[in-house]
Design a protein around this ligand. Structure first.
Ligand SMILES: CC(C)(COP(=O)(O)OP(=O)(O)OC[C@H]1O[C@@H](n2cnc3c(N)ncnc32)[C@H](O)[C@@H]1OP(=O)(O)O)[C@@H](O)C(=O)NCCC(=O)NCCS
Length: 153
């Protein structure tokens, strides 16, 4: 359990939370998709976030954030975790919730023999990049795109 001076932050493995809490958090997160853009392409369910590698954050007893990971099998980074989703409700941001989730994930990964955590983050997502850099992530590769205009005529 991590704590800040102003709010009590508690990190709990998804499987140890109630189905009601998980469903409640998903409903709140997905009703504000504009503020959690990665959720649009990810099918979050209460069952999914009860699985290993998923953590929920509670602030003063209410579920306020989560992270969801998948084990990486095969390839150069086999044995690591892929961070599918990390999201904190807008009203609970800048309290240290995501930092507490990441620290708990690092402990969980270490105790489960996982050798690293990797993720994709949009280049304009300054708060997320700030978070991940503050946690010690480094850029390992770049995703690049060339816009191609439609053919004329
Ligand atoms: C990114 C996100 C998870 C951060 O959650 P949070 O609980 O507010 O983050 P924390 O309070 O734990 O902040 C930890 C660190 O992240 C960085 N950070 C967080 N929000 C930031 C912001 N708005 N601007 C700059 N840096 C920020 C800071 O380094 C911060 O440390 P500090 O408070 O000591 O300066 C949250 O903004 C969010 O849910 N965003 C929408 C979903 C999303 O983009 N997820 C990531 C997709 S890859």
């Amino acid at each position: 359990m991590a704590e800040t001076s102003s709010a009590e932050i508690r990190i709990v493995p998804g499987g140890e939370t109630s189905a009601n809490d998980r469903a409640d958090l998903i409903a709140k997160l997905t009703s504000r998709q504009a503020e959690s853009p990665d959720l649009q392409s990810y099918d979050l369910t209460a069952d999914r976030i009860a699985q290993d590698g998923c953590l929920l954050a509670y602030v003063d007893g209410s579920p306020c954030g989560l992270l969801v990971t998948t084990a990486i099998e095969g390839g150069a980074n086999s044995g690591g975790l892929w961070l599918d989703v990390m999201a904190v409700l807008p009203d609970a941001r800048r309290l240290g919730v995501a930092r507490a989730l990441m620290m708990a994930l690092r402990d969980w990964a270490s105790s489960h023999g996982c050798n690293g955590v990797e993720l994709h983050v949009d280049d304009d997502n300054r708060q997320a990049i700030g978070l991940f850099e503050a946690m010690g992530f480094h850029t390992q590769s770049r995703f690049m795109r060339l816009e191609v205009p439609p053919a004329q005529g």
